[in-house]
Design a protein around this ligand. Sequence first.
Ligand SMILES: [Zn+2]
Length: 448
Amino acid sequence: MDWLMKRANTFAVRPLSDDGEQLLRDLLDASAALWNEVNYQRLMRYNDEVGFEGDVWDADTGQLEGRYKGVLGASTAQQVIRKNSEAWRGFFGLKQQYHDESNTSVTEHPEPPGFRGNEDDGRRLKTVIRNTSYTVEWGDRSRLEILVGSELKDRYDHTGRLCLEIAGNPNWPDYEKQGRLDLWYDETDSTFRASQPVTITDARETPLADETAALDIGANNLVACTTTTGEQYLYEGRALFQRFRETTREIARLQSKLREGRYSSERIRRLYRKRTRRRDHAQEALCRDLIVQLHEEGVDTVYIGGLTDVLETHWSVETNAKTHNFWSFKKFTERLVCTVEEYGISVEVRSEAWTSQECPQCGSTDRTTRHQDTLTCPCGFEGHADLTASMTFLERQTNNAVRRMAPPVRFQWDDHDWSESPRSHRPNEQRTDLSTVHRDGNVASGES
Ligand SMILES: [Zn+2]
């Protein structure tokens, strides 16, 4: 079966010289300036300001395109304008949903498209390049070449396309075709970055065996996983949550200092973006890391449960709101399902039949207590709550008892990768006694 899927390669790029860097900055800055001019023309019309005729779509973008095509090249000038049009269409779509009472998916009044940067901080360097106006070459020395306008070439005495060196390897080196490239300067780590949308054909792998895995998705522990091969994985969320909370506090602090009548600033918006980007990066890496391991274990079916524990009693209302916002569970589940399917693994989400507090030893659900990560029962059971939950979930779905083969592997986020935490392996631990098979010692950590 031929199967087309949309993916994106995201990578850092480096200009080859100081002149090249300055040229690139000028290109991104002019793109942001064009965006701002188009947006201004449209916003004024949206607000019915005096002197601006017609509605949003009556703005004279052709005249702006003419002014910018010398610097940007005609195709890039067109793409920037088109992208702004898309942003406005998206805004009108959301606004319609917001005013539609039968639709509950949009609860806040949407804002019209914003400007790229402001007077205080300067413009946000960003552009968009048509699929035929750039080339990417993957290999030992991967390169990106982009079209630039004739005025910029003259300014820097440059000929041909601007060549940029690509750092790292793509997730999707083989693709049918490429889409419109996003190219921007990331102020958070002073790096130029690009995102290349690609269409790939059936890259799906086939499962190696017919094992099953069950995942418990939660807040403190983002994913607890048990497989029928007896492996357990735990992805810890505390370090990420900590960073999220620090950024949130910083946003609140900046908000409290805003002049009266102002609701946001470029610095605040930048922090929001940074917070979201960090989370998306961690989510994507988690999905991939986990699925690669499950694939190697020969898993062909994954059950996803949990989610309800996010709303359970051990979380205060305030914490709930924060963590909900923090990990964006719906989005994470969608991403996970998408990644699982890429590997030809089938996936079922079963959040309704969920009992995360069930004692695996005596089956009681109302006598158990959970304190931080530890689930205890008067019958003598004590174990890691989320790992236990994923194991009980797995046993229920497969109607088979699971025997754990090794201590759980724990992963922590270090801003780039999920790496095994030092607490992961305890080699002296013997698990031959069946009555302690589920036990996981005192693993609760200091989060309160
Ligand atoms: Zn019990």
